[in-house]
Design a protein. Structure first.
Length: 662
């Protein structure tokens, strides 16, 4: 049954034959051509006329299914073809959607074959005879392909081409039934009616061919492709929206559960959940991450997480990054592999190869990532976020991804790199691929809400950052009053405001110091040199560069306040969490995304407006003059560091083995 559907007089249902009858007793296969429309008043009559001209003497009808277009598309078709018994004009007044219109057309079709074609004339009706010739020769499904030999796309922008190719590649990765064709997202095809159970096709989304490929009843080898030339529309405007692209990705997530070609890890998500192998101890994970002696925040986090997994699961396989330092893993429960190197495209293959070779050792995969970590180029970063999905497909193991930062949360005015429309579309597709790989955990509740609002699919969980500190505050350093900048030297930090505030502070507090601990950001080495040049002549400023892990507790103990002058959220969480674990007070920029990654994870800080040296200096003064307040902030932060890495490991394992709580 269809809701909100009516037939316009003059294009009536009275044209349909009695149930059980067929128009295909002799001769070529008859065809019902379904033309879904919305605001196609300029094109609808042209496409119907060209369909009949192309079909010649073949038994045919055209079913125009309109989504109650404001531009009177249906009325235009009725005025032109109201007296033609071969034309049905159907109005849908329920929930709009191209696929829903196509399903309605299937329900009303009277011939043994149904063809689907867009009304915008990007699909040339003159290709219909070639499609139907394949049906006459026994094909169950004939698809017009832009990417088969002889097919091509004309007058498309680079942006459209990249989005189309990326979406096509994603569909073929996720749905095995889509891998046998070059253009599984085509909206131009012909199919035998017995292939499609229209009651099983829910029409959610606009790429209905994917549903037919995944749910259709057809024999292997009975799907063929016919090349055609796809051109940009010459009249009217595109009806595609960003929401429809989101629907497309959500449909992939659901369709893979119905695809008969799916086995094991790509079946129903519940069947993928690993189980405890030894009567209660959690399943063993494979952890994909940077790992010491790498010195970045991900490596430090993974070091603690691996130790947590060693406690909860008894053993962990670490698929770690290659480094120039020596491996110093002393815990026999941690099996460390060095399969990939940051910054190299070959490293993406290395991750998959390492997971494949060690697949007998683990029960689920945990990716510990940042969206910009694996490479400095946008293409490399884009491809790297497809690795979790590829790992799930190749290794057929449950996959969990921890995202420490989100591209969606980057302020484009706060970084050196520009995020244009193409980069943002790429980021959306890449994030969607991560969500399709399996459950995602984030360290901020705000990140969870952001992903849930933008992507109507996937599991997203807030799992606190986790710490390895003792939870006991160190004695507060009061004199000299020492400020600490900790982490990579990068363009994401507002050094200029800190320098100005410290210069002003030292005019009255000559013993005030600024310690800068951290090495050059690997993606921005030139930035570190510039910062050093600006600070070299400033008294009280001391650069430490890289500090070995065992020395960091001493650094934190000798600091009075951590300064967190981040312009944008990526990178801010690690330094704050580590300082919090040592009970170190903090001064933090009062921005929503910065608060979400710091004090909203637990703890406290003195908040100052971004880029305001006077406000920052005033915050320093208040803390320097009030040792009791410093001590109270230290105690609050140490107490807030109550989620241990063992607890994080246990929670991620629960998510992998049990699925989302409803």
């Amino acid at each position: 049954m269809s809701d909100g559907v009516g037939t316009i007089p003059g294009g009536g249902e009275g044209n349909r034959p009695v149930a059980g009858a067929t128009a295909d007793d002799v001769g070529p296969t008859g065809v019902s051509v379904v033309v879904p429309t919305f605001n196609e008043a300029e094109n609808v009559c042209r496409v119907v006329s060209r369909c009949f001209a192309a079909l010649g003497d073949r038994p045919a009808e055209v079913i125009v299914v309109d989504d109650d277009s404001p531009d009177r598309t249906a009325e235009r078709a009725r005025e032109r073809f109201g007296d033609d018994d071969r034309v049905q004009v159907v109005c849908r007044t329920g929930k709009r959607g191209l696929s829903r219109s196509v399903v309605e057309g299937f329900r009303r079709a009277s011939h043994d074959c149904v063809a689907v074609i867009d009304a915008d004339l990007q699909h040339p009706p003159e290709t219909l005879p070639a499609l139907l010739a394949e049906i006459d020769d026994g094909a169950a499904l004939a698809i017009s392909s832009r990417y088969a030999d002889g097919g091509r796309i004309e007058n498309w922008s680079l942006w459209h081409r990249i989005v189309s190719r990326g979406a096509t590649a994603l569909a073929r990765l996720v749905l095995p039934s889509a891998r046998t064709v070059s253009d599984p997202l085509s909206g131009f095809f012909a199919v035998r009616r017995e292939v499609v159970d229209h009651e099983a096709i829910d029409g959610d989304g606009y790429k209905i061919l994917l549903e037919i490929l995944a749910k259709g009843d057809y024999a292997p080898g009975s799907v063929v492709e016919v090349p055609y030339v796809f051109s940009e529309r010459d009249r009217g405007e595109s009806n595609r929206t960003l929401g429809e692209y989101g629907d497309f990705v959500r449909r992939l997530d659901r369709l893979r559960r119905h695809d008969p070609a799916v086995e094991g890890g790509l079946g129903d998500g519940a069947s993928e959940r690993s189980t405890s192998p030894d009567g209660g101890r959690a399943g063993r994970p494979a952890l994909v991450s940077a790992y010491p002696p790498a010195t970045d925040g991900l490596a430090h986090y993974a070091d603690g997480l691996a130790a947590g997994y060693a406690e909860t699961a008894g053993a962990v396989t670490v698929v770690g990054s290659r480094t120039d330092g020596d491996d110093d893993v002393t815990d026999a429960r941690i099996d460390l592999r060095r399969d990939w190197r940051k910054g190299r495209l070959s490293g993406l293959y290395g991750i998959l190869h390492g997971l494949w070779e060690s697949a007998h050792q683990y029960e689920f995969v945990h990716f510990n990532v940042k969206p910009t970590y694996f490479g400095s180029g946008n293409v490399h970063r884009f491809l790297s976020l497809f690795v979790p999905l590829l790992a799930r497909i190749v290794c057929r193991k449950p996959t969990v991804v921890t995202m420490h930062d989100l591209v969606e949360d980057v302020d484009p005015d706060a970084v050196d790199e520009r995020l244009g429309p193409l980069q943002r579309v790429g980021a959306t597709l890449a994030t969607a691929a991560v969500l399709l790989a399996g459950p995602v955990t984030v360290t901020s509740e705000r990140y969870r809400r952001l992903l849930a609002a933008k992507y109507p699919f996937g599991e997203v969980h807030h799992v606190p950052h986790g710490v390895r500190g003792s939870g006991e505050p160190s004695p507060v350093q009061v004199a000299p009053f020492r400020l600490l900048l900790f982490g990579f030297l990068s363009p994401y930090k507002d050094y200029e405001t800190v320098f100005a505030a410290v210069d002003d502070l030292r005019a009255e507090r000559e013993d005030a110091e600024l310690w800068i601990v951290g090495e050059a950001h690997p993606d921005h080495p030139e930035h570190a040199e510039r910062i050093r040049d600006e600070a070299v002549d400033r008294p009280g400023v001391r650069f430490f560069g890289h500090v070995e892990e065992e020395m960091l507790p001493t650094i934190f103990e000798r600091a009075s306040v951590l300064v967190v002058p981040y312009r944008t959220a990526p990178g801010v969480s690690g330094p704050y969490q580590r300082a919090k674990a040592h009970g170190l007070p903090a001064v933090v920029y009062d921005e929503e995304d910065i608060r979400a990654a710091t004090i909203e994870t637990g703890g406290t800080a003195s908040l100052v407006p971004p880029g305001d040296p006077a406000a920052m200096r005033a915050a320093f003064d208040r803390l320097a003059e009030d040792p009791d307040r410093l001590a109270a902030m230290a105690e609050t932060n140490a107490a807030a560091a109550d989620t241990t890495m063992v607890e994080v490991a246990r929670e991620v394992t629960r998510i992998a083995t049990e699925g989302a709580d409803e």
